[in-house]
Write a protein that binds this ligand. Structure first.
Ligand SMILES: Cc1ncc(COP(=O)(O)O)c(C=O)c1O
Length: 412
C-alpha cells in the first residue's frame, strides 16, 4: 500500500489548530446566528432569481457583473436608500462595498488596521467571531462592561484614559450598538454621542457592527453612529444574514474612501457571489419593508416561548432581560454552574448552547452565563430542548432544584 502523503512538514507557520469534522446539528440547536427556516421568503427569492437572471443573466460572464469591485450597483443603491431611511446614514454607492457576509467585513477592517501586539476596545460581552479573530491576530481586546444601554460610557472613558496613561492608542472601539450580541440592548442616542466625543478626544475610530439592526420589536432605533459622526471616524458594517438568510453570505461595509480604498486593495477574491447579490437586490427593493415586520413578529413569538420555557423549567435559577430585538437570549444561571461544562453535558444529551466564556473578555463574569438562539429551533424544539437542558443542569450542578412552577404552586 502506498503511504499517505504527509503535509505536516510543509504547513505554514502560525496556522490555527485544525478544524474538527462536521458532525451535523444537535437535535435541539440553540447555537450560532441561524435564522428561522420557516421565515426565509422562498417564493419571493425564487421569483426574484428568475426575473433577474432572465433580464441580466448574461452579465454573469463578467467578473463583478461589470459593476466594479464594490459590488452589484442595484444592491448598493437599495442599501443606500435603506440606510438613509432606517439609520440616517447619508452614503452614496461609492461609500459602500458588498462583501461575503459581515465576517469578511470584520477581516477587511482588521487587516487594514491591525498588527500583532495592537490593542482594541470591545464590549465585555461580544461576538465570538470578533473575539476569535482578534486572538488569532495577536491583538489585545480590552473589554468594557455593559449595562441595559450597551457599552458603559463611564467605563469606556476610564479604559481610554488608562490606555493613554500607558502610552497605548487603541486601533478602534468595536461596538454592536443596535441589538447587542449577546445581551440584546440598544445603545441610546445620547450614549452614541458620548462615544463619538470620546472617539474624537482620544483619536480612536469607532467600528460599528449593526447586523441585527433590522430585527427590533418596536422598529424604533436611534441613528447609526456612522450617521452621527462629524469627522468621518466611523466604519459601519451590516448584513443580510439576519434579515433574509445567513447562507447567502452577503454583507456590506460603509466607510470613508481612505479606508475603503485600503480594504478594496485587500479584497482579492474578484468579488462576492454575484447571484446572491442580484437576487437580493431584485427581492429587497419591493419586498424588504414588508418581509422584516413579519420576520420580527415570528421571532418575538419564539422569544416568548423560550422565556416561558425557561421560567417553567428553571424558575428563578435562570435570570435574563428580554432583549429589544434580535435572535438571542443571554441567560445567567446560579454561580456554581460552569456553562463550559454544561455545554459538554448538554451536547451529549442533544442540546447545543453557546457557553458564556466564549462570548466575553471576562471569563469569571461569564462563567455561569450562556447564550441561546431562539430563531432556528421550532417552538416545540424550544420547549423540549429547554426541558432537557434543565434536566442536564440539575444532574450536573444540582440546579434548578425543582421545576419552578411546581415550587411556586406549593408556596401559593
Ligand atoms: C455581531 C456579529 N457580527 C457579524 C456576524 C457575521 O455575520 P455574517 O457574516 O453572516 O454577516 C455575526 C453573526 O452572527 C454577528 O453576530
Amino acid at each position: 500500500m502506498t503511504a499517505a502523503f504527509d503535509f505536516a512538514p510543509l504547513l505554514a507557520a502560525d496556522l490555527p489548530p485544525p478544524a474538527a469534522k462536521w458532525t451535523g446539528l444537535a437535535k435541539f440547536s440553540f447555537i450560532g446566528g441561524n435564522n428561522d427556516p420557516e421565515q426565509v421568503p422562498l417564493d419571493g427569492l425564487i421569483g426574484a432569481m428568475s426575473a433577474v437572471l432572465g433580464r441580466e443573466g448574461k452579465n454573469l460572464a463578467t467578473y463583478n457583473l461589470a459593476h466594479g469591485p464594490q459590488g452589484y450597483l442595484p444592491l448598493r443603491e437599495f442599501l443606500c436608500a435603506k440606510l438613509k431611511r432606517d439609520a440616517g446614514i447619508k452614503a452614496t454607492s461609492d461609500d459602500l462595498m458588498i462583501v461575503s457576509g459581515s465576517l469578511q467585513a470584520l477581516d477587511l477592517v482588521n487587516h487594514t488596521l491591525l498588527s500583532r501586539g495592537d490593542t482594541v476596545i470591545v464590549e465585555q460581552e461580544t461576538y465570538q467571531g470578533s473575539l476569535n479573530r482578534l486572538t488569532r491576530l495577536g491583538v489585545k481586546a480590552v473589554g468594557v462592561p455593559l449595562d441595559g444601554d450597551g457599552m458603559r460610557m463611564d467605563a469606556l472613558a476610564a479604559a481610554l484614559a488608562d490606555l493613554r496613561s500607558r502610552g497605548i492608542r487603541p486601533k478602534y472601539i468595536y461596538t454592536i450598538p443596535t441589538v447587542q450580541n449577546p445581551t440584546g440592548s440598544i445603545m441610546p442616542e445620547a450614549h452614541r454621542l458620548e462615544m463619538l466625543k470620546l472617539s474624537q478626544e482620544y483619536g480612536v475610530p469607532i467600528f460599528e457592527d449593526d447586523c441585527y439592526a433590522d430585527l427590533i420589536w418596536d422598529r424604533k432605533r436611534p441613528p447609526a453612529i456612522y450617521a452621527m459622526a462629524k469627522n468621518g471616524g466611523v466604519i459601519h458594517i451590516g448584513s443580510f444574514s439576519k434579515s433574509i438568510a445567513p447562507a447567502l453570505r452577503v454583507g456590506f461595509i460603509v466607510a470613508p474612501w481612505e479606508m475603503m480604498s485600503r480594504m478594496l486593495a485587500l479584497k482579492t477574491d474578484a468579488g462576492s457571489g454575484a447571484l446572491e447579490q442580484m437576487v437580493l437586490a431584485e427581492y429587497c427593493s419591493p419586498h424588504f419593508a414588508t418581509h422584516v415586520p413579519k420576520l420580527t413578529k415570528g421571532l418575538r413569538a419564539k422569544l416568548d416561548t423560550l422565556m416561558e420555557a425557561l421560567n417553567e423549567q428553571f424558575g428563578t435559577s435562570a435570570e435574563f432581560e428580554a432583549p429589544k430585538g434580535g435572535i438571542f437570549l443571554w441567560v445567567k444561571l446560579p454561580d456554581n454552574v460552569d456553562t463550559l461544562k454544561l455545554y459538554q453535558a448538554a451536547l451529549a444529551a442533544g442540546v447545543a448552547i453557546n457557553p458564556g466564556p466564549e462570548w466575553s473578555t471576562n471569563k469569571a463574569h461569564s462563567g455561569c452565563r450562556l447564550r441561546l438562539c431562539f430563531a432556528s429551533p421550532s417552538a416545540t424544539q424550544i420547549r423540549e430542548g429547554v426541558a432537557v437542558l434543565a434536566d442536564v443542569c440539575r444532574k450536573e450542578f444540582g440546579v434548578p432544584v425543582r421545576i419552578a412552577n411546581v415550587e411556586r404552586a406549593s408556596r401559593a
